[in-house]
Design a protein around this ligand. Structure first.
Ligand SMILES: [Zn+2]
Length: 318
């Protein structure tokens, strides 16, 4: 079985020391100028195409996954039979995540189904026999198993953020700082599978998937990342004060993008965080932020420090 982190450890449900208050959230400021809007238009359009094509299918998938999960949690076979491994899930070939085992009580009999093998037995002892058998072990080796957390402490969370595969499909522009993106699975009004987003780099609210890429490619987001992790490059764009993005011409946006592209070419992309609901987000935001901050980021290194980057404003006619 492939070990993986549990929801409890992922979202800081274990006791944590008190931390600094999180900064207030603000709405997505959008583009800073007509020049930036022009620069981003192509990306925005191409992202909309991806969202239109794929989002509904991802959401349907997410909804099914969450319904399955909640059903399994209401069963909590791990607690029922004193065996936490009964709460494991697996990802099938179509990428659908399902509980490994299913329980039913009928005519005074306990029926346990191994969903993976499609085998139903009566009683836990017979399930144990099935689990230790060859057929089951071979089938298990073929799928990705997602281990369960502490019984009763796990929140229904999808195996990956719904937006992940759409982001994977977006290759028109480099995306940096994805690790600061938080997917809140349940919509603001509690709708199942209508995710909204937050960027913890700048405490920004992104209402829906459509807003995510336009935000990630914005100069402000990119500069915020450089400011934190690539200070040498940042200084060149900010000229020692604050960057005046609103007066940039298209060459400066392109130049910034070439820097981000070099970072992505060297490091790849990181992945968004995922949290079950807005209520959980509010309650555990400090923990989520701490997890992001102590997690992986790309950084200026001696072989990529941008010290020899020319002045982005050296040739300022547009
Ligand atoms: Zn089986």
């Amino acid at each position: 079985m492939r070990p993986s982190e549990t929801a409890a450890s992922r979202y800081g449900l274990q006791p944590q020391p008190p931390s600094e208050p999180s900064p207030p959230l603000k709405p997505d400021p959008g583009v800073t100028s007509a020049k930036e809007a022009e620069f981003c238009r192509k990306y925005k359009d191409n992202w909309s195409v991806i969202v239109k094509e794929k989002w509904q299918r991802r959401l349907d998938h997410l909804r099914r996954e969450l319904v399955d999960l909640r059903e399994r949690q209401s069963q909590d076979l791990g607690a029922m039979f004193g065996d936490p491994s009964l709460n494991c899930r697996f990802e099938d070939r179509e990428g659908r995540v399902q509980p490994l085992y299913h329980y039913q009580q009928r005519d005074g009999q306990t029926y346990l189904t191994c969903v993976l093998c499609g085998v139903t037995v009566t009683g836990k002892r017979n399930l144990d026999i099935h689990i230790s058998g060859k057929k089951h072990r071979f089938a298990l080796a073929e799928v990705k198993v997602i281990e369960a957390g502490v019984p009763g402490q796990e929140e229904a969370l999808p195996a990956e953020p719904a937006i992940q595969r759409l982001l994977d499909d977006f290759r028109d522009a480099p995306l940096i700082g994805i690790e600061y993106l938080v997917e809140i699975v349940e919509g603001d009004r509690g709708e199942l599978g209508k995710p909204s987003y937050r960027c913890e780099l700048s405490s920004t609210v992104l209402k829906e998937a459509d807003d995510v890429v336009p935000y990630l490619v914005s100069a402000n987001h990119r500069l915020n990342y450089l400011k934190r992790f690539y200070p040498t490059a940042y200084k060149k764009f900010s000229k020692g004060t604050v960057p005046k993005v609103e007066s940039w011409n298209s060459k400066t946006f392109q130049f910034l993008e070439s820097v981000i592209m070099r970072i992505e070419n060297k490091n790849g992309r990181l992945r968004p965080q995922v949290v079950a609901s807005d209520a959980t987000y509010q309650k555990t935001r400090a923990n989520i932020r701490r997890k992001i901050e102590t997690g992986q980021h790309f950084r200026q290194t001696s072989d990529q420090d941008f010290a020899s980057l020319p002045d982005p404003f050296g040739n300022s006619e547009d």
